[in-house]
Design a binder for this molecule. Sequence first.
Ligand code: DC
Length: 227
Amino acid sequence: MDNRLVSIAIDGPSGAGKSTLSRAVAEKLGILYVDTGAIYRTVGLAALRAGVGSKDAEGVVALLPGLDIQFRHDENGKQCMYLQDENVSEEIRLPEVSIYASDVSAIPAVRSFLMEMQRKAARENSVIMDGRDIGTVVLPDAGLKIFLTAKPEERARRRLLELEAKGVETSFEDVLRDIQYRDKNDSSRATAPLRPAEDSVLLDTTEISFDASLQCILDLIKERFGL
Ligand code: DC
């Protein structure tokens, strides 16, 4: 492992702005952005396609040995997800896949199946990695850990805008319900539940703009790593 590499962990609930902020930080600093939610979404999509129930742990685990899941970054730093060599980067964003991803991510065997690919990315690159358990489980030695959050209604409002921009038809109530379902699921599971690492910095973005949140993260990085 290269000691000059930096690892930044960004955890928090769905829709807190982790991915948009992490992407902006990665671009600014020229480091790799790893979206671990996309990896869980890919397993969720595989289960959905196979007609296996999202809570059918045995059925999902039986699929794992046959799954070829990879992520590759294009020349613009965009992470693309591949399932059996098919680019599924768009499809994994569908609301039904969100629910599947949240359910399958509670299965311990799914988490261990995906662990090494996440750690490998941080061994080989300077990364900003976002998810639910990056600071607590995947990269416990990350040099900076941020727990990013915002009120559920505000997260739903932002997520609705994103989905609408993509032409996905949905309503505020449906998006809020999804978010509340996932918050509960992701925080209450036995394995690697969503919670702030003890040494994380808490950042609540309910009342602050994207630009102010970004600046706050960049300041923390500068303070910690001098970047
Ligand atoms: O970040 P996201 O909304 O794309 O993640 C989709 C689901 O994957 C989320 O509901 C919980 C799960 N997940 C996880 O359990 N651990 C991670 N490190 C990232 C995501």
